[in-house]
Design a protein. Sequence first.
Lengths: 225, 225
Amino acid sequence: MSDCAVVLVSGGLDSATVLAIARQQGFRAAALTFRYGQRHAVEIEAARRVAQAGGAVRHEIVDIDLRAFGGSALTSDTPVPKDRDDLSIANGIPVTYVPARNTIMLSFALAFAEVLGSGDIFVGVNAVDYSGYPDCRPDYIAAFEAMANLATKAGVEGRRLTIHAPLIRLSKAEIIRQGVGLGVDYGLTSSCYDPEPSGKPCGRCDSCHLRRKGFADAGLADPLG
Amino acid sequence: MSDCAVVLVSGGLDSATVLAIARQQGFRAAALTFRYGQRHAVEIEAARRVAQAGGAVRHEIVDIDLRAFGGSALTSDTPVPKDRDDLSIANGIPVTYVPARNTIMLSFALAFAEVLGSGDIFVGVNAVDYSGYPDCRPDYIAAFEAMANLATKAGVEGRRLTIHAPLIRLSKAEIIRQGVGLGVDYGLTSSCYDPEPSGKPCGRCDSCHLRRKGFADAGLADPLG
């Protein structure tokens, strides 16, 4: 499966876009989703829809339980913050930060890629609109790639593993425009950190605010309303 | 918990030694064990004994299921090889290699360390007696540490995270001598890749052969016989 790429699919707007980009670049996509004890399990159903609509040839959902450690509003009983004024890095690392989340998810992607014989992993991290997370920065992705190339059979045998983070320097509006251009149906995605049981977004968490601003800046209507 | 270190404890000989080394260096130890769908679940019970006897102040057991991906004799239905003549790297990467296993385990350790406010992770990787695994080499550990320092709040805030791999250049005999010097009870450990249901080692897998040779080279008797 050398033309196969592992694509991390959370069910959100960014990963739906990344899946479309990987497919446009000619990769067959093996989607990988995590059920990590988060409140917003609605995301898992969104991930299934996104992977299917995005033409993934395979979709694995892996359970990882970070609740044993605690430490984040997304995995513990800390309230998800609502209607924050300042979403920039100047405001510090948000309480919704999950410790080492991207490192853990990329590590599983690395295992999956190795089993598939794939040398390509796509991930929708983004350093612009949500730069409060340390593991969304370009130098972090470069360091993970360097480590990954020493960690695996492929690395030992001289085959190169590449971490693709095609959204890392894009604004939310640019991501949305690119996705719409590739035919992504954002009506299938779920972005909210604290959705209602029906799946309806709260409209007030950081993620909902960023999504609303992204569609507004792009001059497009969010199909989720 | 700045004097606290996360110690990966598998229940084997190496990690029992590492726990003793971390304690000797003055750290309080938070032990971390993985249940990763392996056949040798006997290891989990060994890990509990080792963590308790080694004075760990906390012990978390995290489930990670690598079977969804397949790819190793330790997690799939491929037979564990017995009585191999050549255990060196010249013989290639063994089929018991679990894809990205150390990367996944160290990633969870990173999350645990971050939640504890700890800047130290101890891991019993060893490049000498079992150098067929790419993720047991010193340059891999250095690359993981570099990545980890970019991945987390601690890194962003200028606190240093260190991956300690004190066994990495030691022979099995040297590890055993050091552990015996620190009072480790190797009778509590389990090394076999394919133990009997009672926990009795098979005596014939690579791990059993290496353990036997280690005790013989150290001139010591294995309390497991």
